[in-house]
Write a new protein. Structure first.
Length: 393
């Protein structure tokens, strides 16, 4: 097991920021008081005060200074431990015959963090963290957290706030060097098509859960507003959503792990989710004025599949796992990757519903497979690597 720290930006409200400032100020005061007590005791009577002695004074201190009740007690204990650590380091260096500087009092600028060493914090939502005695704060989790969260530190840098989770993770050895490249086309019919012709299929349970979701939603619409039954069904709905989310995460973790373990470099298309979720414009027949099919049904199917599949989440997982393993992920422009023929390089325009790529040059292959080969080729030219032609199709 090893420790890994995850830092995220915090977005406190004005009022929460005041609480954070107040917590910092009180912890700083405690730190300095603790250091002073130790220093005086040693200077006056050569007595060394321990962490335990100071920690047992905390309840008494709270009676005299009730504002300390507004701080999670483990944060105060951690502050005292920081002094203990500084003192220990000092004495250790003295013993080794060095001449270290005596631990210093912390000025406003030098005391910029406090820590929940065990509990009192939890992620309640993808965008919120609950901090005991402070409240529910907005956080931007820009990468998934792996391992078990052990401690949580709140840190001020300039006028920005950060939260640092220290996690226990299984020690990851960098994987051996691997020159194999793979291109991936994230698709509708498959979750992804690989440039070698394999596919990663969408797990069936997504669809099953989605059906269940639709059924519960329908039940909900039949319940009277404010009724007990409605509250119960609402809870059921939230539970199903949670279950789907976890199933998806599990699937994405497994698939990304497999890819990173197998290939040295993974090439993706940059995603444009905003483009993909737009409704296609209605198409009108020039002569009759009648509306023609515009592929809206196919697009709608595409949308639900995007929501299900969590492509961008998948790309994130691959990126972080590759980073840890010393491997690479590349992103290439998605323009024309599905239209260009991977055999001869000419553009073969296709409707969204056309699932097969067929070209005069003799190339015959699945549309997504064709795109994956193009993505791989773009990636290898971007990397400057020599691309070895795939065997004739
Ligand atoms: Zn061709």
């Amino acid at each position: 097991m090893s420790k890994k720290a995850y830092t995220f930006r915090l977005y406190p409200t004005k009022q929460q920021e005041q609480t954070l400032h107040k917590t910092l100020a009180l912890c700083r005061e405690l730190y300095n008081a603790s250091l002073e007590e130790r220093t005086e005791a040693y200077r006056m009577s050569k007595v060394r005060i321990t962490y335990n002695q100071q920690a047992t004074q905390l309840p008494e201190m709270k009676e005299i200074r009730p504002e300390y009740n507004d701080i999670h007690s483990q944060i105060l204990q951690d502050t005292l431990r920081r002094v203990e650590k500084a003192m220990r380091a000092f004495f250790r260096r003295v013993k080794n015959g060095e001449t270290p500087g005596y631990p210093r009092f912390k000025s406003f600028n030098r005391f910029d963090s406090f820590t929940y060493p065990q509990g009192g914090f939890s992620l309640t939502h993808d965008t919120r963290v609950y901090l005991s005695k402070i409240g529910s704060l907005k956080v931007r989790l820009h990468r998934p957290i792996e391992g078990k969260m052990k401690t949580c530190t709140i840190k001020k840098e300039g006028d920005q706030w950060y939260i640092i989770f220290s996690c226990e993770v299984e020690t990851i050895e960098p994987l051996p060097e691997n020159n194999e490249l793979v291109g991936l086309d994230m698709g509708v019919t498959h979750f992804a098509a690989l440039s070698h012709g394999e596919t990663i299929e969408n797990p069936r349970h997504f669809r099953r859960s989605q059906k269940r979701l639709a059924k519960i939603s329908q039940n909900l619409s039949r319940c009277k507003k404010g009724s007990h039954r409605r509250a119960r069904v609402k809870k059921q709905l939230a539970k199903t959503h949670r279950k789907i989310k976890n199933q998806r995460k599990d699937f994405l973790h497994k698939q990304s792990r497999k890819l990173v373990n197998t290939y040295g470099t993974i090439v993706f298309e940059k995603l444009h989710p905003s483009h993909m979720t737009h409704r296609p414009k209605p198409k009108k027949d020039e002569t009759t004025g009648e509306y023609l099919p515009n592929g809206a049904a196919a697009k709608a199917g595409l949308n639900t599949s995007i929501l299900d599949a969590g492509w961008s989440q998948f790309q994130q997982y691959c990126t972080y796992k590759a980073e840890d393993a010393g491997r690479a992920v590349l992103f290439v422009s998605p323009n024309y990757t599905s239209q260009i023929c991977s055999g001869c390089g000419q553009i073969r325009k296709k409707e969204l519903s056309e699932r097969w790529h067929s070209c005069d040059c003799g190339a015959e292959l699945d549309r997504d497979h064709n795109a994956a080969i193009n993505i791989l080729r773009l990636g290898s030219s971007q990397r400057g690597a020599t691309y070895v032609e795939a065997p004739c199709l």
